[in-house]
Design a protein around this ligand. Structure first.
Ligand code: SF4
Length: 356
């Protein structure tokens, strides 16, 4: 799969086709108050988008149906949604369609039906591969079903995405790391990592009030996700998103989020925590003789290096004590990596380590 992010025309079909009530989900509330767009409305919206926007320059372009369980809708309903997209695939305005669904709703027949109708990517709500965690979260499917689903989607020649969550009930962090390890072996084409937030009017909110569930703290969630991200990076599995998409002020007082590791830039916190780790690992042993530490990075990585509220720079200063930091931007440095060079009066040393 091409690792560059595709351009996406997104449609959110909240809770559509889903017979479940996972303990953390409030999508049925959204579905109750605002019905999802009908196929006709999706067609109209696509026509308007097509007239106003041209996703030029993007190698991959998709129409995406997020939320709910696409493959659990009736075939006629699925067909109606896919049919309104297909003229745009035929014209080459988008190259394919992406759908999200549950791991227990992707039989070979269901996948063949999608593949024949221009669907190229199937995102699976894996959440965890631990049966204990899945049971406690009332997901209604097993880890085996999720493993089989990823393999089946790939075997059908489609791209498989895996959405996973940290902070689920009964997950001590070990289960999340084990899930990552297993996913590395299963090789999904991409992954999304979400921190579990306690949303209003969910069973989880009730459990929290009764002291049965305690959400992760922000720092804990960031550090756990940074470890997971690092492992996926080492395995060359793209992590296309870390953290939830902000929707309608969900984190504001009175918004949907009651508790949990909410931060509007959660993904940035995670990626900059991992970047800090790489910087510290790149410092050469001979740093004692240096007066200046030069960090060479790709220009787009400056904010990752500096960190939220310049916290990374403060932490790097603590490690290198009273030495100067010089930041050099270099287009030739691969994104997500850092090269460190030290300069001193008594020695001029060069330390370069592959950051992988
Ligand atoms: S399967 Fe998805 S849509 Fe259905 S209840 Fe669970 S999280 Fe919500």
């Amino acid at each position: 799969m091409d690792p560059s992010p595709p351009w996406i025309a997104p449609f959110f079909l909240a809770h559509v086709g889903c017979p479940h009530r996972c303990v953390f989900c409030n999508q049925y509330l959204i579905a109750e108050t605002a019905s999802p767009p009908s196929p006709l409305e999706v067609g109209e919206a696509l026509k308007a988008l097509w007239r106003s926007r041209s996703p030029e320059g993007k190698k991959r372009r998709q129409v995406a149906f997020y939320g709910g369980s696409f493959t659990r809708m009736s075939l006629a309903r699925q067909e109606a949604y896919l049919d309104v997209c297909r003229p745009y695939v035929r014209r080459g305005w988008v190259d394919s369609i992406r759908v999200s669904t549950r791991p227990d709703q992707v039989s070979e027949r269901q996948l063949a039906f999608l593949a024949e109708r221009s669907v190229r990517t199937v995102e699976l709500g894996v959440q965890s591969l631990s049966d204990r965690v899945l049971r406690a979260s009332r997901r209604g499917h097993t880890g085996k079903e999720a493993r089989d689903a990823i393999l089946r989607v790939r075997a059908m020649g489609l791209d498989a995405g895996a959405q996973i969550m940290v902070g689920l009930p009964e997950d001590t962090g070990t289960e999340s790391l084990e899930t990552v390890e297993e996913l590395v072996g299963l090789k999904p084409d991409f992954v999304r990592i979400y921190p579990l937030l306690v949303l209003r009017q969910t069973e989880l909110a009730d459990w929290m009030r009764r002291g049965v569930y305690t959400p992760l703290g922000l720092e804990e969630a960031v550090s756990l996700c940074a470890r997971m991200l690092e492992r996926f990076e080492r395995a060359s599995i793209p992590v296309i998103r870390v953290g939830l998409q902000e929707q309608g002020g969900m984190g504001r007082e009175g918004g949907d989020v009651m508790a949990g590791p909410y931060h509007p830039a959660f993904g940035h916190l995670v990626r900059s925590a991992l970047f800090l780790k790489k910087v510290v690992a790149s410092l050469p042993r001979e740093i004692q003789s240096a007066s200046t530490v030069c960090l060479r990075i790709h220009p787009h990585d400056r904010s990752l290096l500096v960190g939220d509220r310049r916290q990374n720079l403060g932490k790097i200063r603590d490690v290198i004590e009273d030495r100067e930091i010089r930041i050099e931007e270099d287009q030739g440095i691969p994104r997500g990596t850092v090269e460190c060079e030290i300069e001193g009066q008594r020695a001029k040393e060069k330390g370069k380590r592959d950051q992988g």
